[in-house]
Ligand binder design. Sequence first.
Ligand SMILES: [Zn+2]
Length: 299
Amino acid sequence: MKIIRRLLTINQFTSIVLFIIGFFLFNASYATAQDLNYLSEESQKIHRSFWACDSLIFKQLMKNTPYQTPVFLFDSQKNGSVVLIVGGTHGDEPAGCEAAHRLLSFLSNVELLQGKIFIIPEANKIAVSENKRRIPVPQDVDREKGNLNRCFPGDSEGLPMEQMAHEVTNLIRSQQVELFMDLHESKFYHLETTDDSEEFNGLGQTLIFTVNEQAAWLGMVAVDHLNSSIEPGIKRFTLVERPVKFSAAWFAGELFGIPAFTVETCRKLPLEERIYYQLEAVKIMLEDKGVIVNVASSQ
Ligand SMILES: [Zn+2]
């Protein structure tokens, strides 16, 4: 230390220390900003404030792993419908993840009439940040094991997305979820698709549901509402039966018998328009279940 003191005046020493602290602080904030580039600017702001808001985080799924992702809870503290909304199941379908972020902001400014709403905005966080449909799996393993929407009901001992599906399943069971919505996107409009081989791509602008009485009613209400502001044509929404096997909505509908939907917008539309449709689909169902006041139709 004596040598250092001889070489440096106190001012020089202080400057160096401050420079080092500043360097690390700058890099930390730069890294955070970089990490959120997969989101729109609006959702980046929402992400920064809500991910730091412990009072709204119900729990972390796959805690202390690279896949850790928060479940947010808005609770009216009154008996009523329990709803789960999931975004980011497929990482290359941004409108769903964006809409789930916007919902956090919307619901923090609305008083729930009854019930509670759980939201998982980034179900497959790594796929979302990389804009990929699925995450990689070991060689010789079916690549769909990295596709969260083909892993339900999940496996606590399985690969990461099988574990994530298992945790979402546990959430539905333990919280007695009564309405489930999984927010997705497709490459093509459903109404422009004539080729059967395009079945899973041509689902843009649809609500896909497991058939039960409540789901059929809610689906019709939502499709009518969405289409009331869309000119006749391929942009209009269609109600489609039976989500693909091993998907979240398929499983929630089949095993728990609750209304369970895959909401699909078409990626040919501008992003903000897709986010708007996703939000409207969610809001009209929350309204029909009596969880929020009539807001969807006033937008
Ligand atoms: Zn999808």
